[in-house]
Ligand binder design. Structure first.
Ligand SMILES: [Zn+2]
Length: 114
């Protein structure tokens, strides 16, 4: 009688880059500096009321960094906002103000849409 096929069970987090538990990526690249990142500024109108929000997308940060940045941006604009899944959302049209502010933090800026 042959022994049952061995089942290898693996535990651990999958690498977010290559998707493998045993990561095959080369050593992790250092996080991009602001100068290596381009913030996309978009306007979005929500719902029928047409409430305008400014979205900041395209940035690479950890969750905590994003939350800190969201706080700073909200304070700078004096407006409400939220962070969700890689996008910072600020109430109102603050693209010009945000472009200047984010540039002062070192980011490159791209305004999208009109
Ligand atoms: Zn990997």
């Amino acid at each position: 009688m042959r022994p049952g096929k061995l089942v290898y069970q693996e535990f651990g987090e999958r690498c977010p880059s290559c998707g493998l538990i045993h990561c095959t990526c080369s050593p992790p690249a250092p996080p991009p500096t602001p100068a290596q990142q381009t913030a996309r500024l978009l306007l979005e109108r929500k719902g029928r009321g047409g409430k305008t929000v400014t979205l900041i997308q395209g940035l690479v940060h950890t969750e905590n960094e994003f939350k800190t940045l969201t706080q700073k941006v909200k304070q700078h604009c004096g407006s409400g906002g939220a962070y969700k899944e890689g996008t910072i959302e600020i109430q109102g049209d603050h693209r010009d103000r945000l472009a200047i502010y984010l540039q002062s933090l070192g980011y490159r800026i791209r305004k999208v849409g009109g």
